[in-house]
Design a protein around this ligand. Structure first.
Ligand SMILES: [Zn+2]
Length: 199
């Protein structure tokens, strides 16, 4: 099971973790295989190792980040981040998905994210992760808009100066003092026109 965000930028999924630190994936034959080594690197397909479900000691929630630096969606994830970890609880009484413990018999251990209470905890974590990423993207977008607006204002001031308007008039339009306007945009004045007020 995987959780893909509406914009396709995030694909989150749970991988079983084995006793030796390798992470698993499933194959169409229904077996469980070690597909990621203990250092987090993907194991080549030809080297996948078949594992026993009894070797599963926990689970790792990962997210593939598909948004590239240019804001486009990348075919291959730009990076993969870890969002959470659970240990395999020794008994049903120790089952506490919100506290990091999941109890699962061997038959359930591979697809433990299909247990409703585990899925609910994962979905909450994924939602927080997506909003956290989106909030940063909003700062970048607002900063870009702010820069564009600042450039547009500078251009408008430059043309107003060329048309002969005083720093007093321009400052009044912007909502700042004549002095502040002059200090901020004086460099835009190519050549002060005759009859301009003294600097
Ligand atoms: Zn993500």
């Amino acid at each position: 099971m995987a959780w893909v965000s509406d914009d396709g930028r995030h694909e989150s999924y749970l991988l079983p973790e084995f006793l030796d630190g390798c992470l698993g994936g499933t194959s169409s034959s229904g077996g469980v295989w070690a597909t990621v080594d203990a250092h987090g690197a993907a194991i080549p397909y030809s080297d996948w190792q078949r594992r026993d479900r009894g070797e599963i000691v926990g689970w790792v929630l990962r997210c593939d980040e598909r948004a590239g630096a240019d804001g486009q969606l990348a075919l291959e994830p730009a990076q993969t981040v870890e969002l959470g970890r659970w240990r395999r609880a020794p008994s049903p009484a120790a089952h506490d998905p919100g506290g990091g413990w999941v109890y699962a018999v061997d038959d359930d251990a591979v697809f433990v994210d299909e247990l409703p209470d585990v899925a609910a905890v994962i979905e909450a974590i994924v939602d927080v992760h997506i909003e956290k990423t989106a909030s940063r993207a909003r700062v970048r977008a607002a900063a870009a808009a702010s820069r564009a607006a600042s450039e547009a204002l500078g251009e408008a001031v430059r043309s107003a100066r060329l048309a002969g308007w005083s720093w007093t008039a321009i400052g009044s339009d912007v909502g700042i003092t004549r002095q502040s306007a002059r200090e901020r945009w004086r460099h835009l004045d190519a050549a002060p026109s005759v009859g301009d007020e003294p600097s």
